[in-house]
Write a protein that binds this ligand. Structure first.
Ligand SMILES: O=P(O)(O)OC[C@H]1O[C@H](OP(=O)(O)O)[C@H](O)[C@@H]1O
Length: 317
């Protein structure tokens, strides 16, 4: 099966796995591009062989990282387009679906940005965690509306994605203060909104995002600081409609400590969960391209978009 998966798809899968490609929306876009590449390069001679190849490619991409639901949602969107009965027709289906998916993703982020920007006032200071293109779209739109926004950016150990956020905010002209994660509570007094992204949103309104989000949200609630989650509908997790929970990725402990340092410390057990779950009571608004929702009502939008649930992206229709 593996040999039918194009090398470019395997490269994309490796890059997602090692986080050279990261961030829920960016992963989804890369996966759609990879399926498109599989389709254009395929020399399958029957429609069945073509579909089977595409499903194998989807599975390879899916098996990289388990938490960001944008990945299976992207794979499902592209594969669902395979309706033709000839190889050429199917190839065209995949190319069109992948292109349409990427267009929709870009538009959704721009629309979401407008909604999020409306929540921000001129002179506001935000606090961010990790790096989220959905969250930054809100800031960018607010800045374009002429609002002055400042940011306190958490570095986000162990991979320091906060550095990317700091750089991108700087490029937007937003003054940035970078703090270590443990300084967040100290600085919440100076903050008008906590603004984060999401890797998945569950049917009960729980937000699955970078590890440290839930602690930040609890502290923000304690201080009365509103917590805004920027998550286009691609982040809504259809399996949670039928009671499934979201798998939290455990990453390599080398991201935290190298083997030598670990040995010097007497080889303690090290855990490196990439994400945590913020219960809905700590979230004020989930901002999507379909408007803003209190977390408890996101299930209504999910039922509208997914019905009662979905199959695996590579399952036979
Ligand atoms: O889709 P956008 O908003 O860009 O990113 C959403 C989320 O993806 C990231 O995960 P990672 O860095 O891939 O582990 C962060 O948790 C971020 O909040």
């Amino acid at each position: 099966m593996e040999e039918r998966v194009h090398a470019a798809v395997r490269d994309t899968a490796d890059e997602i796995d090692t986080m050279e490609i990261r961030g829920a929306a960016t992963i989804a876009e890369a996966a759609a591009h990879a399926l498109r590449r599989q389709a254009t390069a395929s020399d399958a001679d029957t429609p069945e062989a073509f579909k089977s190849e595409l499903r194998a490619a989807a599975r390879t991409l899916y098996e990289t990282r388990p938490t960001a639901v944008s990945l299976p949602n992207a794979l499902r969107y592209v594969l669902r387009g395979m309706s033709n009965t000839t190889v050429e027709g199917l190839r065209q289906n995949v190319v069109e679906s992948a292109d349409e998916f990427c267009d929709r993703l870009e538009r959704a982020q721009a629309d979401l940005g407008q909604v999020g920007a409306n929540r921000l006032r001129d002179g506001d200071t935000i606090m961010t965690h990790c790096h989220s293109t959905d969250a930054l779209a809100c800031v960018e739109a607010a800045v374009k509306q002429g609002k002055h926004i400042e940011a306190i950016v958490k570095e986000t150990r162990p991979r320091n994605q906060g550095h990317i956020t700091a750089q991108e905010l700087h490029e937007m002209g937003v003054p940035v203060t970078l703090v270590v994660d443990s300084a967040a509570r100290r600085y919440l007094n100076d903050v008008d909104h906590v603004l984060v992204g999401a890797d998945a949103v569950a049917a009960d309104g729980s937000v699955i995002n970078k590890i440290g989000t839930s602690g930040l949200a609890v502290n923000a609630r304690d201080r009365g600081t509103p917590i805004m989650v920027a998550a286009q509908t691609l982040k809504l997790h259809p399996d949670t409609l039928t009671g499934h929970t979201v798998d939290i990725e455990m990453r390599d402990t080398e991201e935290i400590l190298d083997a030598d340092t670990l040995a010097e410390l007497g080889n303690p057990t090290v855990r490196n969960p990439a994400f945590d779950v913020t219960p809905p009571r700590y979230v004020d608004a989930i901002v999507t391209e379909r408007g803003q929702f209190p977390p408890e009502s996101i299930v209504i939008l999910m039922r509208e978009l997914f019905g009662e649930g979905t199959t695996e992206p590579w399952a036979e229709p």
